[in-house]
Design a protein around this ligand. Structure first.
Ligand code: AMP
Ligand code: TRP
Length: 336
């Protein structure tokens, strides 16, 4: 029997950080044996905020290299570039015609990003989730593994699929398959090092707020030394008054592969002066093999190109028939 399928993606809009790793990529690696994985770089989404055309292609390659460096195995996974597959854009147009405007205006991410951009809000920022729905539904995945912040976009994806099925399908033979979100509790929300109530993000203006996966050891040490803490002695998980403490302990737990109980026992009597060097060493050791592998992959001429070429072929073989099915349901003629 064929393995169930998962699909996910990350925007190539800057360096990947620990939130991307612990919230998304590491989970993809952990489940890849059980699934047929489709993983892509969302470079069409990357231009919904102002972008630098001289960096887009390089960033896209760097994210692909990072997937591989983090342990994505091409025996189980297909890695591809969103813009290499025209079906994504085409299905997004078809979906935009059946998606009520108020569904999009209610999206939390749209409201947050629109506020940041003031008067200069592109239409693409509003229709972003429609393209995301196309990304997902083209591949008919069983599960979509993402961080907590994507939950609303996945609900919208299901709503769009259900609406299309209702309007243009038959109850006994739906046009599109509804996928399930897969959001792990641990690592689903890695918080900023500067403010434990805000998520770690590529778009935070301060680089001190995040650990990038390619940060060298001295930079990791500096960022942990400078990160926000509190003046309470003893370290505890889940104290709502101590968001930074919970975040740093969670990072230590995830990066040292320990249980919450073990970390609680180890750290409950520690002060920051003792805990910070421990976290620093653990983080440096966890990232070193990823960084080494990343540099090897980037140094191998032609390798990424061949990975992405094969990825495109495998992805198209699934995406194009789904697009054809939707077009047929909407009544389009087939070109002769
Ligand atoms: P993005 O950087 O917005 O393209 O996000 C790519 C993936 O990383 C998505 O699955 C996000 O849910 C996940 N992600 C981004 N930031 C965080 C964070 N701070 N904590 C956990 N997951 C995150
Ligand atoms: N919006 C996602 C993010 O910011 C990226 C993304 C685009 C995505 N298309 C997707 C994630 C499809 C999962 C599936 O993280």
């Amino acid at each position: 029997m064929a393995k169930p399928r998962v699909l996910s993606g990350i925007q190539p809009t800057g360096e990947l950080h620990l939130g991307n790793y612990l919230g998304a990529i590491r989970n993809w690696v952990e489940i890849q044996q059980q699934y047929d994985s489709f993983l892509f770089m969302a470079d069409l989404h990357a231009i919904t905020v102002p972008h630098d055309p001289t960096k887009l292609a390089a960033n896209t390659y760097q994210v692909a290299a990072m997937y591989l460096a983090c342990g994505i195995d091409l025996n189980h996974a297909t890695i591809f570039v969103q813009s290499h597959i025209p079906a994504h854009s085409e299905l997004a147009w078809l979906f935009s015609c059946i998606t009520p405007l108020n569904w999009l205006q209610d999206m939390v991410q749209f409201k947050e990003k629109a506020v940041k951009q003031g008067e200069n809000v592109g239409t693409g920022l509003l229709t972003y989730p429609v393209l995301q729905a196309a990304d997902i539904l083209l591949y008919e995945p069983d599960k979509v593994p993402v961080g907590e912040d994507q939950k609303q976009h996945l609900e919208l994806t299901r709503d769009i699929a259900a609406r299309l099925n209702y309007l243009f399908g038959k109850p006994e033979s739906p046009v599109l398959k509804l996928p399930e979100p897969m959001i792990r509790a641990e690592g689903a929300r890695v918080m900023s090092l500067a403010d434990g109530t805000k998520k770690m993000s590529k778009s935070d203006p301060s680089d001190l707020s995040r650990i990038n996966l390619l940060d060298p050891p001295d930079q990791i040490q500096y960022k942990i030394k400078r990160c926000k803490t509190d003046s309470i002695r003893g370290l505890t998980f889940d104290d709502p008054e101590r968001p930074e403490c919970n975040n740093l302990l969670s990072l230590y737990m995830l990066l040292s592969n320990q249980t919450k109980a073990a970390v609680t026992a180890e750290c409950q009597d520690m002060g920051w002066g003792q805990f910070k060097p421990l976290l620093t060493d653990t983080m440096i050791a966890a990232l070193k093999p990823i960084q080494d592998r990343y540099h090897e992959i980037m140094a191998e001429p032609g390798y990424l190109e061949s990975v992405l070429r094969q990825g495109r072929e495998k992805a198209e073989a699934i995406a194009n028939p789904t697009l054809a099915k939707v077009k047929a349901a909407l009544g389009y003629s087939v070109p002769v």
